[in-house]
Design a protein around this ligand. Structure first.
Ligand code: ATP
Length: 348
């Protein structure tokens, strides 16, 4: 984490779909806070350019991001682009080339009425999914044989390194308040599973001050619905973290409110983005909830040493949700712009 400075440079990549709509709200809110941030917009990084020029992210843009060290990101993805190289070339490249190995996804129930759970005693979710962000099933290692024929064979390899597993498990223990639950599928995925188990046991033994537990991913999904309040930090691999964090997002009030930080705690670099994607079905309709993007901006502030500003922003979002000054997905009637204005008006 970096210490407070007078002016901090932030790269903004609005991207595709609802990305620009929610990012606008996040930037305006950061500006309203007057936290001494300076924004550089890289709005040419989008599907239009990829379709026109075949360019996802240039080396120059990557270097610009590396120099600034902090990115506010909207979303990447467009129904017109069927080639997965585009999304891989933007977001996965940024995560991998900047070695943003932690995907930090907090889930805190913003308001009682947003919980989808019938039983009131189950509702109080306040946890973080710590998702490994650079390995697992999403490295693109694999291939196919006899592609496009009835004899096609495909392989997508899951990569787990001792370094990758150690640093993510250690990070999870480093941020936990009371407990860490390690989630894997080591009963079925043998070799990677054994590595995660071994590293987790070693790390657990170094942290007797915290409660440690282990769950297979299927049981974790069930327990998250049955007893969400029992979780503090969940640490898991790239794909399980991807899936479980959508579940925790929904338990905490919906995908539109979920924030995330892709960070490298060793270098201090970070890319902050809402958990949702480009949501092509609601683009341009004013239905996109800006809360996930705004709360991602709060994570950015916290990591830049601006804790009181981050808290002010979180309080403002909570207040607007409680007063239903929000978008329809949270029971309000405001459009994206109005919801962003409401959050700014609620800043104290
Ligand atoms: P992508 O492929 O880019 O991830 P997607 O549509 O598959 O896009 P999401 O963008 O995560 O996945 O969205 C899933 C659904 O959740 C959307 O269809 C939309 O209805 C809803 N949704 C996502 N984000 C928001 C938001 N910010 N506000 C309101 N609804 C949202």
């Amino acid at each position: 984490m970096q210490t407070e400075q007078t002016t901090q440079k932030i790269i903004v990549i609005p991207g595709d779909g609802i990305g620009p709509e929610v990012t606008e709200a996040a930037v305006l809110t950061l500006q309203a806070l007057g936290a001494g941030l300076e924004f550089t917009f890289l709005d040419r990084i989008n599907a239009d350019r990829y379709l026109r020029d075949g360019v996802a992210l240039t080396d120059g843009e990557l270097e610009e991001v590396r120099t600034a060290g902090t990115v506010l990101f909207g979303a990447v993805g467009d129904p017109r682009v069927t080639n997965p190289d585009y999304a891989r070339g933007v977001l996965l490249r940024l995560r991998t080339d900047l070695d943003l190995y932690v995907n930090y996804r907090p889930a805190v129930l913003l308001d009682e009425r947003l919980s989808p759970l019938r039983d009131e005693s189950r509702r109080g979710i306040d946890c973080v999914v710590v998702r490994e962000n650079t390995e697992g099933l999403y490295t693109g290692v694999g291939g196919s044989l006899r592609t496009g024929t009835p004899d096609e064979v495909t392989v997508d390899q899951e990569t787990n390194t001792h370094l990758g597993v150690s640093r993510i498990v250690e990070y999870a223990y480093g941020i936990a308040r009371r407990s860490v639950c390690m989630v894997d599928k080591s009963n079925a995925v043998r070799f990677g599973g054994q590595l995660w188990q071994r590293v987790w046991r070693e790390t657990r033994d170094r942290h007797p001050e915290l409660d440690s537990s282990h769950l297979y991913v299927d049981v974790a999904a069930m327990k998250l619905v049955k007893d969400p309040a029992s979780f503090d930090v969940i640490v898991t691999n790239n794909s399980y973290g991807d899936i479980l964090s959508d579940l925790t997002a929904e338990l905490a009030g919906g995908l539109g409110t979920a924030a995330s930080a892709n960070i490298n705690p060793r270098t201090g670099m970070g890319l902050y983005e809402p958990v949702h994607g480009s949501a092509p079905d609601i683009v341009g309709k004013g239905l996109a909830n800006p809360a996930g993007a705004v709360l991602s901006a709060a994570l950015l502030l916290r990591d830049r040493g601006l804790k009181s500003e981050a808290e002010a922003l979180e309080r403002a979002v909570r207040r607007t949700v409680a007063e239903r000054r929000c978008t329809p997905d949270l029971g309000g009637t405001l459009n994206t712009r109005q919801a962003g204005e409401a959050i700014r008006a609620a800043l104290d």
